[in-house]
Write a protein that binds this ligand. Structure first.
Ligand code: NAP
Length: 277
């Protein structure tokens, strides 16, 4: 007969046994409902796709109905569990409607990805008008804070949740030609950390993803000419431009139980920036 101590040494722990069975039967984000703000193109669409591939139900959204319809069609045809609705995250009534729609359709919210951002002006900082400044800070920072405030009580109702905040390499190393955008992205580093501290007692984790140069409509403005592209890549020391598909896996991991002890971190996803930050 084996003693109890011997049994413990010979057999994997209960944790490992339950993992062996759950890997077979369950996707990591099964039963999770996710809101990815600005999820009809680029990085947001890619994150939404990956969360859905990993078992989540995702409510896609952005400002334009035709973009929402296309994204819903695309992911539904891939067999993923998504629906869509319009939301301009800078508008209070749209934020409220988005949360209501998620609750009406799915009854809960477990995951929030604060992804949408704008960068309407490229040029010297002192040429930035008050209107542009307010738009960039409003959409990129304030709206995500207010969206988080709306979602938190619903995460509390289900015992916790996970929030991802999308920022950028420019948060660490600003570029003189898109100052307000850099300021907004640096503010998000702090928002991630302050929210993580505030929400930790509610079992809500908050982490930031600082992307490098990713091939999307947003980066096209910065890289649409070969010389511009070379200048930006050299300035940020990125070895190549990444694809949106390379951004979804880390977001899904951070929302999964495997990341249960990761909170308040800003993780760089840039293909390596050669230590220039
Ligand atoms: P993108 O290609 O411009 O896509 C943005 C998405 O957000 C679209 O679905 C857009 O759809 C939606 N959107 C824009 N404004 C919105 C608003 N006010 N309310 C709701 N939805 C809105 O951008 P991306 O390059 O994927 O960037 C995603 C995130 O990654 C941003 O936070 C960005 O700062 C960050 N990032 C990107 C890069 C890069 O190189 N691409 C690098 C570093 C960080 P509609 O037009 O229909 O609203």
């Amino acid at each position: 007969m084996f003693s109890k101590k011997m049994m413990l040494l010979l057999w994997p722990s209960n944790y490992h046994i339950s993992r062996m069975f759950s890997i077979e039967s369950k996707k990591v984000l099964d039963q999770q409902v996710a809101l990815v703000i600005g999820s009809t193109y680029g990085i947001g669409l890619s994150i939404a796709r990956r969360l859905a591939q990993d078992g989540a139900t995702v409510l896609l959204n952005s400002r334009k109905q035709e973009n929402v319809d296309r994204a819903v069609r695309e992911l539904t045809e891939e067999g993923l569990n998504v629906s869509g609705t319009i939301c301009h995250v800078g508008k209070a009534e749209d934020r409220e409607k988005l949360v209501e729609t998620a609750l009406q359709r799915y009854g809960k919210i477990n995951i929030l990805v604060c992804n949408a951002a704008v960068n309407p002006s490229v040029g010297p900082l002192l040429e930035t008008t008050e209107e542009i400044w307010n738009k960039v800070l409003g959409v990129n920072v304030t709206s995500h804070f207010l969206m988080t405030k709306l979602v938190v009580p619903h995460m509390q109702k289900v015992g916790g949740g996970s929030i991802i905040i999308c920022t950028s390499l420019v948060a660490f190393r600003p570029h003189p030609n898109f100052g307000p955008y850099c300021v907004s992205k640096t503010a998000l580093l702090s928002l991630t950390q302050v929210l993580a501290m505030a929400l930790q007692p509610m079992n809500i984790r908050v982490n930031g993803l600082a992307f490098g140069l990713i091939n999307t409509n947003l980066s096209d403005v910065l890289t649409n000419a070969p010389e511009k592209k070379k200048e930006i890549m050299t300035y940020y020391g990125v070895p190549r431009i990444g694809e949106p598909e390379e951004c979804g896996g880390i977001a899904s991991f951070l929302c999964s139980p495997d990341a249960s002890y990761i909170n308040g971190e800003n993780i760089t996803v840039s293909g390596g920036s050669h230590g220039r930050l």
